[in-house]
Design a protein around this ligand. Structure first.
Ligand SMILES: Nc1ncnc2c1ncn2[C@@H]1O[C@H](COP(=O)(O)OP(=O)(O)O)[C@@H](O)[C@H]1O
Ligand SMILES: [Mg+2]
Length: 360
């Protein structure tokens, strides 16, 4: 090894570590130019006082749905015509009730004194404010996770100059939405396909320019990383591997990221399941698994109570079937207690860890 390849204690190989954060929004998104154009076209009529086109944006996880739509909405800032257009982004996984969605919208609009309002009052207040704009662009991310969609109905009824963009991993969200909503929304569909291997290479190569000093990556190290990342079909995995590999090189005090660093990084994320496995993991299973994790060691009956509290809607029978399928996937363990109705009660132990990317 060349002795000048060592990093000084104050030195770093990251020119901008933030560029590897999950929330970082690059200016240019390679291979999503057409999709971004489609979104921009849906918003454009608002510039001229007309109503916009609403969209359902679908596609698997990690293919750039969120980042592409956010980038287009951010780019509106550069257009004078969009000055009086409200730009709202709500994650329906985090805000999963009508009340919470409205609270989030209020926050983004800078509405005050909303703490003690009843749902109806909050609806009126938000709608009155929205009507003051020339148009609204509202992005509802993870729309398939919304617990109820009443807020959408109110938006559709009250606000005429609008582009509503629903983002979803579920391929046929349209079929799941209430008829009252679909008939008013009349959305166009925009599907994001998985990136090819070559596209994954380009995207990660481009991100390296944002995040690392020049010349830090060995070609064979990058190639290995990009190959593995493209197998996962989720750019997030690639970004996580870039970050861990860089940190490992820094721990070694070297200026070069080598194949060895990348291989260690790959081992570290070894427990993350590829997208293909994730796809078979249903929303219902996710909810039940979360409950098993929080209440590990309790009985089936106790867990079912927690499930109802968490707004689970399925019968106890279906709930038990879900437990069985989680056991088959080795995420939980059922231990019969020999008690309960016909001796069918079990103690549930959460096995996990189904490691998440955010664990790194
Ligand atoms: N074309 C692209 N160019 C640059 N970064 C991308 C691209 N597509 C996805 N990413 C990055 O990959 C990660 C996952 O993208 P995201 O938009 O959150 O996916 P999705 O919403 O489809 O699950 C984000 O950190 C995002 O910045
Ligand atoms: Mg997303």
């Amino acid at each position: 090894m060349n002795s000048f390849n060592f990093l000084g204690s104050e030195e770093t190989i990251f020119s901008n570590p933030d560029a590897l954060d999950p929330d970082f929004i690059p200016k240019l998104l390679p291979h999503r130019e057409n999709e971004q154009q489609f979104v921009a076209t849906a918003i454009k009529p608002l510039f001229h006082g007309r109503t916009g086109i609403s969209l359902i944006v679908s596609g698997p996880s990690g293919v750039g749905k969120t980042v592409s739509v956010k980038r287009v909405v951010m780019d509106l800032e550069e257009h004078e015509e969009a000055d009086n257009i409200a730009k709202i982004n709500v994650n329906c996984w985090k805000a999963n009730t009508t009340y919470k969605v409205l609270q989030e919208i209020s926050l983004q609009l800078g509405l005050r004194f909303i703490q003690n309002l009843k749902t109806n009052e909050l609806i009126n207040k938000v709608m009155d404010r929205l009507k003051q704009y020339d148009g609204i662009v509202i992005v509802l991310d993870e729309a398939d996770k919304a617990g109820d969609t009443d807020f959408l109905y109110h938006l559709l009824e009250n606000i005429k100059k609008r582009t509503i963009i629903l983002l979803t991993n579920e391929p046929n969200l349209n079929a799941k939405l209430d008829y009252r909503i679909v008939s008013r929304l009349t959305p166009e569909n925009l599907e994001f396909k998985s990136y090819t291997r070559a596209e994954t290479f380009d995207i990660l190569k481009e991100r390296i320019k944002y995040a690392f000093y020049q010349g830090t990556w060995n070609d064979n190290a990058f190639e290995k990383l990009a190959n593995v990342a493209s197998g996962y079909k989720d750019i997030r995995i690639g970004l996580t591997l870039l970050k861990i590999s860089g940190e490992l090189a820094e721990q070694d005090s070297t200026k070069k990221i080598t194949l060895e660093h990348v291989e260690t990084a790959i081992q570290r994320i070894g427990n993350i399941k590829p997208a293909a496995v994730n796809k078979t993991f249903k929303v219902e299973e996710k909810l039940v698994l979360e409950i098993c994790e929080t209440h590990s060691g309790k009985t089936t009956g106790e867990l079912y109570k927690e499930y109802k509290i968490a707004r689970g809607k399925k019968s106890e029978k279906t709930f038990k079937r879900t437990l069985n399928s989680l056991e088959k996937k080795r995420l939980i363990k059922l231990k019969p207690t020999g008690e309960g109705f016909q001796g069918r009660s079990s103690i549930i132990n959460y096995l996990g860890p189904e490691r998440k990317l955010t664990d790194f």
